[in-house]
Ligand binder design. Structure first.
Ligand code: ATP
Ligand code: PYR
Length: 681
């Protein structure tokens, strides 16, 4: 294993502009002439973990940006050069706070023989938590393991520092080496841009992902260990699909999520119960049945049939709903059949696209919704189960009109529960009623699986955009679901198209993106969450800062003080690049702020646990539970102290504090405030 720290030969020239460095020697010179200032410092473990959490998802962007800090014109240096420089710098002096083994690992990453490792660094950084409590760094381990244990993580410290640390053990994690480039000339600072169009965003490693992640819990993830790991990897909402499993298995999941929430004050995972709805499924088959193109195949409403050419369906009116000439889709189109004839109990078809028909597969008739009611008897039982367990959200399948939403909400009112109703837009019949359905709901899900089966598939992206736009204009949260990382059910990396799909949903402004089979029964559930997290975060970092409502609507705000304050607080926070702090009992002011898609995070302090749970679904909102006191100043300073000690804000940083909304806390009813404060310890 190579241990040399000398700069390898053949480092590529970075840039042809004047003043740029073009050889290893020059890099070296530049690096050591750069007026770096070291300040050894102890930071608390929480802060380290926080930093590591954000950095483990930054990979190349952060590293490149850090490298750019050392470049005279803000151009990102190749990641390896930075590692190499850092290794050398660490080794050159024993008292720099970094240790030999750390430097070695860093150096190894740049060894000629380990080029592949360097190029893979990003995925390694993305894939593993920084603080590996398993033990200390030991030489002799494989490079990959060493890298995992000694990852580089960096943050802007206030406006002028970099923290570089190691993760040999939890205790050692507390010791960090701080490189400060306070004294660097401005040209050394971050934020430059290059002629070749590479846009370097300002580092903000405290950046939190704003688009939330919903994970379906299933056989791959229902254990305690996996729930914990999913939550740590970025799951914000756990979805229970009532089409599968039974109450006992879902109860176990609910209990585990609640246990996680009780133990982990820093994070929260909400619970969403997704109803089965009037879905039509084929019956159980002992073994998959192979369907070949052109062969005859039948569906019968008789129960329990499973032969080479016939299976049961679970819905008697299937016979009446289906007509000769209809196209039947299995699993949203994975297989398809044309209806040729029907009898009293059998629908005879010809296979168009074949495949393996497994147990309980979803059946859709292209262009038609089943005539079943949106909430079936089974759904009512499941809804009651949700009430008993005080879940946070229902995702209601196959909603066709607003009536069913009102019916469910009336029921919930009678049960005296505050569970929120998310409508799943997946039925052909729902499209003409979109406005009234979304208005009646507390949010919507673009359930692309069934939507793309009931309607022509090419309509799905347009409907997705339309539903997101409608939800945003009505201040309702919106989730984009299905097939987001489908290939990761079986493979450890996503397709490029899937990555783009996530980026599109983030750009369109979805509050949340959802994983289904990827986490329910996939082989790589944690990797899928990490990819989703990284792609969302990276996409968000490159979004232009905009204010979501056009100025033409300003007049409307006059009658809605909360809206107006949310709008102006957002403008102020975006201009000053500060997070927003809001205090809320009902969650409504945080939700209003979320609607404006602030460029920084919204810290929503609430003294109601269930509000905290619910707010986690909303774009950009980080809900934090805190007891409010009668003294406004005391509560403010408690909140700032809490953020400071969690490493979510830094001393000297400004924050925008907004007090408004329908239910005043502290302030007299007629006064609303926006304050900009400097964080002081
Ligand atoms: N609670 C569960 N118990 C057992 N298997 C599950 C559970 N939840 C999900 N699965 C498995 O994971 C697969 C993917 O989950 P998903 O939520 O996408 O369900 P689906 O049936 O494919 O689609 P839909 O969302 O339309 O119901 C399911 O088909 C099922 O095989
Ligand atoms: C999520 C879901 O139910 C669908 O996409 O059909």
């Amino acid at each position: 294993m190579a241990t040399t720290m000398s700069l390898p030969s053949g480092i590529p020239a970075f840039n042809s502009q004047a003043g740029c460095l073009s050889s290893a020697k020059k890099i070296n010179e530049f690096f050591f002439h750069c007026p770096l200032r070291r300040a050894s410092q102890r930071v608390d473990l929480y802060r380290c973990t926080k930093i590591s959490n954000s950095c483990s998802s930054y990979g190349n962007r952060e590293s490149n940006a850090i490298a750019a800090a050392f470049s005279p014109n803000g151009v990102a240096l190749p990641i390896g050069i930075f590692f190499c420089c850092l290794a050398k710098w660490l080794l050159d002096s024993n008292d720099r706070g970094g240790s030999l083994d750390h430097a070695l690992v860093v150096g190894l990453a740049f060894d000629e023989d380990l080029k592949e490792v360097v190029s893979d660094l990003r995925s390694i950084l993305l894939g593993v938590p920084l603080f590996d409590p398993l033990g200390s760094l030991t030489f002799g381990e494989g490079i990959e393991k060493l890298l995992l244990k000694s990852m580089l993580f960096c943050t802007r410290d206030g406006d002028d520092g970099l923290l570089v640390g190691r993760s040999a053990s939890l205790e050692e994690a507390q010791v960090v080496l701080q490189l400060s480039f306070k004294d660097c000339p401005p040209s050394c600072r971050l934020g430059g841009s290059t002629d070749d169009g590479l846009r370097l965003t300002r580092i903000n490693v405290n950046a939190q992902r704003k688009t939330k992640i919903v994970c379906t819990i299933g056989p791959s993830t229902s254990s305690r260990d996996m729930i914990w790991k999913l939550a740590e990897a970025g799951m914000n909402v756990a979805r229970l699909n009532m089409s599968h499993g039974d109450h006992a298995s879902h109860q176990t999941t609910i209990d585990l999520v609640k246990e996680y929430n009780a133990q982990c004050q820093e994070k929260v995972v909400a619970i969403m119960l997704d109803t089965k709805g009037p879905e039509v499924r084929s019956g159980d088959v002992p073994q998959p049945i192979l369907l070949k193109e052109g062969q005859e195949f039948n569906f019968t409403i008789k129960r329990g049939v499973s032969t080479a050419d016939t299976v049961s369906v679970n819905y008697d009116d299937f016979i009446n709903d289906v007509e000769v000439g209809d196209i039947l889709l299995v699993d949203g189109g994975m297989m398809s059949l044309a209806v040729k004839s029907k009898t009293n109990d059998v629908v005879k078809c010809e296979v168009i696209d074949g495949g393996e028909l497994k147990s309980r597969r979803h059946l859709n008739v292209r262009g038609k919704s089943a005539t079943l009611p949106s909430i079936t008897d089974k759904d009512w039982e499941d809804i009651k189960f949700g009430v008993d367990n005080q879940v946070d959200f229902y995702a209601v399948s196959f909603v066709k009109d607003a009536k069913v939403v009102h019916e469910l909400k009336d029921y919930l009112k009678r049960c005296n529960t505050d569970i929120r109703v998310i409508v799943k837009i997946e039925s052909a019949d729902s499209i003409p009623n979109l406005h009234s359905i979304i208005s009646a709901s507390d949010g919507a899900m673009v359930a692309r699986g069934d939507l793309g089966a009931e309607l022509p598939i090419e309509e799905v992206p347009l409907l997705q955009e339309d539903i997101i736009r409608r939800c945003r204009s009505m201040q309702k949260p919106v989730i984009v679901a299905t097939n987001m990382l489908e290939s990761m059910i079986n493979h450890p990396t996503p397709t490029r198209a899937e990555v783009s799909d996530i980026a599109i949903a983030v750009r369109e402004g979805a509050d949340a993106i959802m994983l289904s089979g990827e986490t329910a029964h996939g082989k790589f559930p944690l990797k899928a969450v990490k990819v989703m997290h990284a792609v969302a975060l990276r996409t968000e970092s490159n979004l232009p800062i905009t204010i979501s409502s056009p100025p033409g609507q300003f007049a409307a705000y006059k009658s809605h003080m909360g809206d107006m304050f949310a709008l102006h607080a957002t403008i102020m926070a975006n201009t000053l690049v500060t997070p927003i702090i809001v205090f809320t009992r009902t969650g409504s002011m945080a939700i209003t702020l979320s609607h404006y898609r602030t460029s920084s995070i919204i810290f929503a302090f609430t003294n109601v646990e269930r509000v905290k749970q619910r707010l986690i679904l909303y774009h950009g909102v980080m809900p934090i539970y805190m007891k409010f006191t009668d003294d406004v100043e005391e509560t403010f300073s408690q909140a700032l102290k809490l953020l400071l000690c969690k490493g979510l804000v830094t001393e000297g940083q400004y924050v925008t504090l907004v007090q408004s909304g329908a239910q005043p806390i502290w302030r007299r009813e007629s006064t609303h405030h926006i304050q900009v404060r400097k964080v002081q310890s």
